[in-house]
Structures are given as C-alpha cells and as structure tokens.
Write a protein that binds this ligand. Structure first.
Ligand code: NAD
Length: 540
C-alpha cells in the first residue's frame, strides 16, 4: 500500500522568484506560436481540416491555436477506440494504471508545470496564482489522491465473511463500455480529471473538451500521453455538444457520463439519456456537477473585516467564473452600514488587465457570449428601481472581454441577480433587518434552485449552529467564517445537490465509487453432491 499523498504546495510567483521568471519565459514562448490542435483518437493525431480558432480572452485578436474539430465519424471512431482499448486496460491492473497517473502528477509538478500554467493563463485568462491553484496544484492532487482512494477500495470492499468451504471475494470491475467526459472551460484540473478519474478504475473515455479551453486541455492530453497513457484509453475529441451526445448516447456501449458545466446542458443530457436507454447495454452512470448561486450570510455579530475579504476574493477572483463564486450576500443593515463603503473602496483598488501582467488581480471573462450575458445583468440592474449599482458596472469588450467588478445592492431578495447564476464578476447584496437573522437564512435557503457552496459569518457558536441547521440542504460545500471558494482535494470534497448536481464529490473517494461495478464471487471449495435437504426427510 502506497503512503497517503500530501497536497501539492502552491508556488508564490513573487517578484524575483525562479518560478516567476520561468512562467514569464513560457508565456512569451506560447504567445509567439499558433498550435495546430488535432483530435487524438486511438493514440493517433487526426487533423480533420474542419478548424476553429482559439483566442486569448483578454486579447481576443490574438490566436493561439487552430483546432481540428471532430465530426460524427471521428466521434464514432473515438467511441470504438475506447471500447477496443478497455480489455487490455483492465488487464494492466490497478497498480500499473495508478503508476501512469502518478507519473502524470510527477510531470505536472515538474517540467510540465509552467507549460500547463501558461497555457491556462492565456487560454482561460487566469492570473498566475489562479492558474497555479487550478491547473497545477488541484490536478496534481486529483491524480495522486484518486490513485490512493482507488487502492483503498480494493481492500475495503472485500466481503466480511467466508464460511468454511467457501471463499468469497469482490472484483472491483469498471463499468462495461466507455465513459463520456464532457468538461467545462473554467478549470483545467476538472477537464483532465473527468476522463482520468474513471480511467484509474479501468474505464476508458471519450473526452469532449470545452470550446473555450482547447489549448490548455490539449497540453494536458499530451502530458498524459508522455506519462505512458496507452492508445484509446482517453480519446480527445473537440466537437459540438449536439454531435457528441447524438453519437455517444446512441452507442449501445455508452456506460456513463462524467459532466461538469451548466445546469441546463446537464438536464438536457439526462433527458436524452432517458430516451436512449432502451438501446443501451447498461444503465449508465450519470455524474454531473453543475451551476451555483453561492451565498454569504453574515450575522450581526461577525468578523466584519473577514467578511469584506471573503466577499472581495470570493466574488471577484477569476472574474467570478468559479462555480463556487460568491454572488449573493445577506448582510445585516448595521454591518453593511459599517463595512459596505469600505468594501466599495477596496473593490475600486482591484487591478484588471492582461494575465501576463502579474500586478493584475482580475483579467477578462471567457468569451463574447459570457460578456453579453453578464453585461445584460448589469444593464438591467442599472435600469431597475429595486437596484443600485454601487461600484463597477462598466465593461469594455474592444480588446478583451473586460467587465469591472460590480456590486449591486437590491431591496428585493428575489431580484434576478440574487437568484440566477451570472457566472461573472457581479455580487448582489441584500441588507436585512438586524433582528431577522433566521428570516435571512430562510430567504437564502428558498431563493434559488441551486445548492453548491455558501458561507456563514458569525462569531458565536450558537449562531453558526443555527445557520448550519437551517442551511443543511442549501450548499454541498459549507464554509464557516471563510469565502465559499477554494475547495482543496482531499480536504473539502466538492459538489452540490438540488440543481447544482449529483453531489458525487470530486476530490474525495465517493466520486470514484461511481466508476466501478463490482463483481461478487463465491468460490465453493466443498461443492454439494446431494440435492436433498433434511426437511424433506419423513417424520419417524
Ligand atoms: P457549459 O454548460 O456551457 O459547457 C460545459 C460543457 O458542455 C462544454 O464542453 C460544452 O461544449 C458542453 N455542451 C454544451 N452543450 C452541449 C450539448 N447539447 N450536449 C453535450 N455537451 C454540451 O458550461 P461552461 O460555460 O463550460 O462552464 C460553466 C458552468 O459550469 C457554470 O454553470 C458553472 O457553475 C459550472 N461548473 C460547475 C462546477 C461544479 O463542480 N459544480 C465546476 C465548474 C463549472
């Protein structure tokens, strides 16, 4: 049994540090090239000629890649490659499979770190720090800890009892068929984890990356190949959502989907899987982590400076494009009166611009569609008579898709920006009467369909406990006196329920359980030779 891994230390990128210099050199190198990104099917590079470009969100005139899109024929070939690769992949055994993914972690912690971080900074417009905690540290942790958890299952799930003459055992099998991994743009770590977590357990995968993270996701695919991933185990197919679901879901060997992305897309997929069911060999596993409307609730007695920092970091780091980003806050009027203006003053200090300028706290949002959607929320708030935009509210998409960190104060706790996922740098605050903490908790619980992350700020244990109980089902990841973002693998396994997903907890052992289909084996050493039973014997 290998020893328990430790979380990957986060590099600081301070001025003069070697990692800062190395990252800047790598950023310059990647800025100077345009990568030709193929599909990777059965280990082969497939250049389809049907290309789309990948641009830098904070400088969208700059192309960093031409991406060859898979059509239906290539997707079908990827499914077949995954099916064909599975037997040999299972036969390799858990140890050999873990050795490959632990090698991936080693490469990422070493020589590949700057390549992956620079690519994530340019492709998804992350600051050096945001790239480091996502693309390097979280993914290294996913690979190392998932291998550790998988090894534990093999011991944990053996039958408790084998009577005399019988040997009972459990074979930890993967699912029969291939897993479809559909991945979001916002975390490179999630993108690589969704196909590789099932693969550790012997599954093979078709990986559909997001159209907004092809460059960084391709670098990670190359890394896995360098680490020794056999052909066909993970097949990389940039493609359209409708094409991937048409082809994969109509394949009888479709065994499961590992999805992270928006709620609407996941709900559509689930419905289509229901329709496809009669033609499938198995009941597919459906694992999806989706949207959030993550909250901060403050009690009148709380650490007000801590609350300020949590709101600023939680709402605006990575431009609010974390599924866990704080986007609604319920603050007592007295507290808001004291710290609201200070928060505004601090938000005005936030620097925004090119990710390569390390003095920037924020960069651009991911694409034109996100820019239009977020600026639409801001414009409607400006025009609303129940809202006031107290800081930010500006946006400029001319060079990059930049949106100022924005705070809306509303008198309506059910206003659209208090209940809908915006996925941008917009925080809405509702100031409640100081004597109505429990009412604010109830509002928070009932206002939105999501239940991903949330924080409570309160000094007294009894108030924390009240919030803990009232908000039991309001968040799958619950924070006390901290921001609601920044979950760490093996520390806070991540996922939410209600409209936020199936809560299968990436970064913990529970997620891996979904990718196995155990076989119970009874080996009888003393096989019965007589078909009769004692009860059949006549009374004397
Ligand atoms: P998205 O839903 O737009 O896209 C996710 C993936 O689904 C992409 O690969 C996309 O191409 C694909 N897709 C889109 N339409 C499809 C279809 N019809 N069939 C099959 N696939 C389709 O999400 P996004 O913009 O990439 O990511 C942001 C969303 O992800 C937010 O809602 C965020 O909250 C969520 N998210 C959740 C978590 C979590 O752990 N809960 C983590 C990260 C992101």
């Amino acid at each position: 049994m290998s020893s328990q891994p430790v979380n990957e230390p986060i590099l600081g990128y301070a001025p003069g540090s070697p990692e800062r210099a190395a990252l800047q050199t790598e950023l310059d190198r990647q800025m100077a090239e345009v990568v030709e990104i193929p599909c990777i099917i059965n280990g082969e590079k497939v250049f389809t000629g049907n290309t789309t470009t990948q641009v830098i969100p904070h400088k969208h005139g700059h192309i960093i890649a031409n991406v060859h899109q898979a059509g239906k024929a290539e997707i079908a070939a990827a499914c077949q490659a995954a099916i064909d690769a599975q037997e040999a992949w299972i036969d390799m055994g858990l140890e050999a499979r873990c050795a490959i993914f632990e090698r991936c972690a080693e490469l990422l912690a070493g020589d590949w770190r700057m390549k992956v971080n620079a690519s994530t900074m340019l492709n998804q417009s992350k600051t050096a720090f945001q790239a480091e905690i996502d693309a390097a540290c979280e993914l290294i942790d996913f690979w190392n800890f998932n291998c550790f958890y998988a090894r534990q299952f093999h011991d944990m799930y053996q039958p408790l009892v084998s009577p005399d003459g019988v040997k009972n055992s459990t074979e930890i099998r993967p699912l029969e068929g291939f897993v479809l991994a559909i991945t979001p743009f916002n975390f490179s770590s999630i993108a690589a984890n969704l196909p590789s977590a099932p693969a550790i357990l012997g599954n093979t995968a078709v990986w559909k990356p997001s159209r907004n993270s092809y460059h960084s996701n391709y670098v990670l695919m190359e890394l896995m190949i360098e680490a020794g991933l056999p052909a066909g185990v993970i097949n990389f197919v940039p493609s359209s959502g409708p094409d991937i679901s048409d082809v994969c879901l109509s394949n009888p060997d479709f065994a499961g989907v590992h999805f992270t992305g928006s709620t609407a897309v996941f709900q559509g997929l689930w419905q289509r899987i229901g329709e496809a069911l009669p033609n499938l060999k198995s009941y597919p596993r459906i694992v999806g982590e989706t949207g959030g409307k993550d909250f901060v609730v403050a009690h009148p007695v709380c650490d007000e400076q801590g609350l300020l920092v949590a709101l600023l970091r939680g709402s605006f780091e990575y431009q609010g494009q974390k599924c866990s980003a704080a986007s609604r806050a319920y603050v007592p009027r007295s507290v808001w009166g004291r710290m609201g203006w200070q928060l505004v003053a601090e938000v005005r200090k936030i620097t925004m611009g090119d990710a390569r300028d390390f003095t920037n706290f924020m960069t651009a949002v991911i694409d034109q569609r996100a820019f239009d959607k977020i600026s639409g929320y801001i414009d409607r708030a400006k025009a609303s008579d129940v809202c006031e935009v107290i800081v930010g509210g500006g946006y400029d998409g001319s060079v990059g898709w930049f949106i100022e960190p924005t705070i809306i104060v509303t008198s309506d706790p059910n206003y659209e920006s208090m209940v809908e996922e915006i996925f941008g740098p917009v925080l809405t605050v509702f100031a409640y009467g100081d004597d109505d903490f429990e009412g604010a908790l109830k509002m928070c619980d009932e206002a939105s369909p999501y239940a991903l992350t949330g924080s409570i700020f309160a000094t007294n244990d009894a108030d924390v406990q009240t919030a803990f109980n009232t908000l039991r089902f309001t968040a799958g990841n619950f924070y006390i006196n901290d921001k609601p973002t920044g979950a760490v693998v093996a520390q806070q396994p991540f996922g939410g329920a209600r409209a936020s997903g199936t809560n299968d907890k990436a970064g913990g052992p529970l997620n891996l359980l979904r990718w196995m289909s155990p076989r119970s084996v009874k080996h009888t050493l003393d096989t019965p030779q007589d078909w009769g039973y004692t009860f059949l014997e006549p009374d004397e």
